[in-house]
Design a protein. Structure first.
Length: 127
């Protein structure tokens, strides 16, 4: 799985889960190039040297470390996390009581989305 070098424990600041403690996991790569994108470092392939390949186990170990072993929300973002199969990561987390949300622009659909607490499209308008 491709991940942008960014995992952090924080408070969800957008969407219906605003205010919820979360570990934020940013994936690398996207199938769109929106002119208003605020995360080009996770989207544009010219930044691919900043992306790392990590196994689901390695990512989940980081999630557990950041959450202090407390099962909290894990927010999958990007780029577009939907273009990668994150089902193994979600399975590992759910076995230990973690819940998952995914931020996507909605271009891709996959069966594993049903394993997230809330897959939601996050379209943004350019003003």
């Amino acid at each position: 799985m491709r991940f942008q070098k960014y995992l952090a424990q924080t408070i969800q600041g957008e969407g219906s889960l605003i205010g919820t403690p979360t570990v934020f996991v940013r994936t690398g790569g996207c199938d769109y190039r929106c002119s208003w994108c605020d995360t080009l470092h996770a989207v544009d392939k010219k930044y691919k040297n900043d992306w790392i390949d990590m196994s689901a186990e390695d990512i989940f170990n980081q999630v557990e470390k950041l959450s202090g072993g407390r099962p909290i929300l894990v927010t999958l973002s990007g780029g577009n996390p939907a273009i990668q199969d994150l089902s193994e990561l979600i399975s590992l987390g759910k076995e230990k009581g973690y819940t998952f949300a995914m931020e996507t622009q909605g271009s891709v659909s996959a069966a594993w989305f049903a394993e997230t607490r809330l897959p939601y499209a996050q379209p943004k308008a350019a003003f």
